[in-house]
Design a binder for this molecule. Structure first.
Ligand SMILES: [Zn+2]
Length: 134
């Protein structure tokens, strides 16, 4: 089982078959959003009272320390840390834009992408500089 942790506090944000986030929509309403820990699976679970439109950018926060998960690569991408079964760490980036399917997993040397919108954000810090990975 891959674990997911917050890059700010190191707390576990994967519980069972979901990664749990606190999100905020453009009306500044906050809610919990559950995403799949499988990279490339974009199913999500939320309370029906929390609404957002396709294309709306949500802000993702750690549910434990409340820090923003916005990445330093692009304001549309959130950043979490994944630890696989062998203990290896990866940085995982995904789009905070509702309906935009782009996810990137990198160990700092190479980048794997998933989602039909993955071509949108292609510059990643690998080693000590930003490189286009496609
Ligand atoms: Zn945290």
């Amino acid at each position: 089982m891959n674990d997911f942790i917050c890059p700010e506090c190191g707390g576990h944000i994967r519980v069972g078959d979901h990664i749990i986030f606190r999100v905020r929509n453009k009306e500044r309403q906050t809610a919990l959003l559950l995403l799949s820990p499988q990279i490339g699976n974009y199913s999500s679970i939320k309370h029906p009272s929390f609404e957002f439109s396709p294309g709306e950018k949500l802000d993702f926060f750690c549910p434990l320390c409340s820090k923003s998960l916005k990445s330093d690569i692009h304001e549309n991408l959130a950043h979490v840390v994944m630890i696989d079964e062998t203990g290896k760490k990866f940085d995982v980036y995904f789009s905070q834009v509702a309906g935009e399917h782009s996810t990137y997993k990198t160990d700092g040397v190479s980048v794997q992408s998933a989602g039909e919108d993955a071509g949108k954000y292609t510059y990643f810090k690998l080693g000590d500089r930003f490189r286009k990975y496609l």
